[in-house]
Ligand binder design. Structure first.
Ligand code: ADP
Ligand code: ASP
Ligand code: MG
Length: 424
């Protein structure tokens, strides 16, 4: 007997039939004698709808704040998960399983007060452990928690993954299964490259890079938590027949295991290709080349909560003026330009140029630590296809390349093939 946390994403609970299907997956594990807690997302499309409603409301009268009250945003968008947790509990009861729904505040799952992107501070797992011991299946609403001011918070888009991994750590689960609409983590998004291969295992470090560089199959924070708390996390499909052979295999369920790199016997040089659409490039021309200028630009950006990513600074030709280029999400360009304009006197630049609709494509693999020439291969492959590179950043285990949006998918497929990742 083991303790398992099972998480089901939006497409897995998209309608009542799928919720009944999820109940059958849960029943399989309960019948095998395991203690089970389930984490659910909202029905697919629901959170987008809720976010849209909030965004279309008028601003607070007399306020110069650009946005609505983030606490009320959370009150609205957390509701999607409340619905699915209740529906799944009903579905489970209908097939004879003792189940009860739990909202974030009822557990409680405590977070900080960063509404809309809250971080989990603490989960009291004791009540859930007790109830699971009594044979009750806990159906937990993902994505939501409660802050010190007693208000509901949400964990950022895709946050149910994080709820699940955090809960698995809190109840000391033997496994956390993330059920989704693909049957594991692939070498790249299988919707973009049909030749993508499913990975049996991927290391925490690589999954962290994949997720932060655009592979939304797992929320970044969930991978961080799995790594820190050593949660055995599998990504697997809810669309496979719940009783298909092997689905109940405890040690080796079908899917991808996220694990320590020591567990991976045959390590490829490149493990996967990630990509992020809707990046924008901002260039400041003729910036003063003196100490403090980067702090003068990026400090105010951070204060305005703008996520600056690739940064390229040229060596100045004459020792006095240089160019500074960086990327931000396209949706943040207007805000970033306003911040730069406001701080123009302190920063001191000639002109600011910007362009949206870029794609960042990244090559990821821990094998890069010990292999030279990986970046050169990417540059040559892209050049052969006539794809121009706008900016490059590298770390020990990844290379990221910024290119024009229309070339994004071609670049992903080109790199996928050149590193031998295509399925045979
Ligand atoms: P859920 O609603 O279950 O949380 P998501 O849509 O958040 O599902 O994540 C699953 C999706 O992630 C897949 O449908 C797939 O298109 C996408 N994805 C992106 N990169 C990858 C990858 N490397 N491997 C598998 N899926 C990926
Ligand atoms: N429902 C939330 C979202 O769409 C959380 C999640 O699905 O993980 O972002
Ligand atoms: Mg998701």
């Amino acid at each position: 007997m083991a303790r398992i946390v099972m998480k089901f994403g939006g497409t897995s609970v998209a309608d009542l039939d799928r919720i009944l299907n999820v109940a059958r997956h849960v029943k399989r594990e309960v019948d095998a004698g395991h203690e089970v807690a389930v984490v659910v997302s909202a029905m697919s499309g629901k959170t987008n709808e809720l976010v849209g409603w909030v965004q279309n409301m008028p601003k607070v009268a007399g306020s110069d704040a650009p946005f609505y009250d983030a606490r009320e945003y959370d009150a609205v968008v957390a509701s999607g998960e409340q619905v699915t947790s209740g529906l799944l509990a009903i579905a489970l009861q209908s097939i004879g399983i003792h189940a009860r729904s739990w909202q974030g505040w009822q557990i409680p799952l405590r977070t900080d007060t960063a509404h809309g992107a809250a971080r989990i501070m603490d989960i009291d797992g004791s009540d859930l452990i007790k109830r699971m011991g009594q044979g009750q299946v806990a159906v937990v609403a993902g994505f939501q928690g409660i802050a010190a001011d007693n208000r509901i918070t949400t964990l950022g888009r895709g946050g149910s993954d994080t709820s699940a991994v955090a809960l698995a750590a809190a109840v000391k689960a033997d496994r956390c299964d993330i059920y989704t609409d693909v049957d594991g983590v692939y070498t790249t998004d299988p919707r973009i490259e049909p030749k993508a291969r499913r990975l049996d295992k991927i290391s925490f470090e690589e999954m962290l890079e994949m997720a932060s560089l655009g592979s939304k199959v797992l929320q970044v924070r969930s991978v961080e938590l799995a790594m820190v708390h050593k949660v055995r996390t599998f990504v697997r499909s809810s669309f496979t027949d719940p009783n298909a052979p092997g689905m109940g295999d405890f040690d080796n369920p079908p899917g991808t295991l996220i694990c320590d790199e020591e567990e991976i016997v045959e390590q490829e040089v490149v493990t996967g290709i990630a990509f992020a659409k809707d990046e924008a490039q901002i260039s400041l021309r003729r910036v003063a080349d003196r100490p403090g200028v980067a702090a003068g630009i990026f400090g105010p950006m951070a204060d305005a909560n703008i996520n600056v990513d690739m940064i390229v600074q040229n060596i100045s030709e004459d020792g006095s003026r240089t160019d500074m280029t960086f990327t931000v999400p396209s949706g943040d360009v207007a805000k970033a330009l306003a911040v730069l304009e406001k701080n123009r006197p302190q920063i001191g630049f000639d002109v600011v140029q910007h362009e949206a609709g870029m794609v960042k494509v990244s090559v990821i693999g821990i094998g890069m630590r010990s292999h030279a020439g990986v970046a050169a291969t990417a540059f040559k492959a892209l050049a052969d296809k006539g794809i121009n590179i706008r900016a490059i950043t590298t770390s020990e285990i990844k290379i990221s390349i910024l290119i024009d949006g229309p070339y994004g998918e071609l670049a992903v497929r080109t790199l996928h093939s050149v590193y031998g990742l295509d399925k045979q």
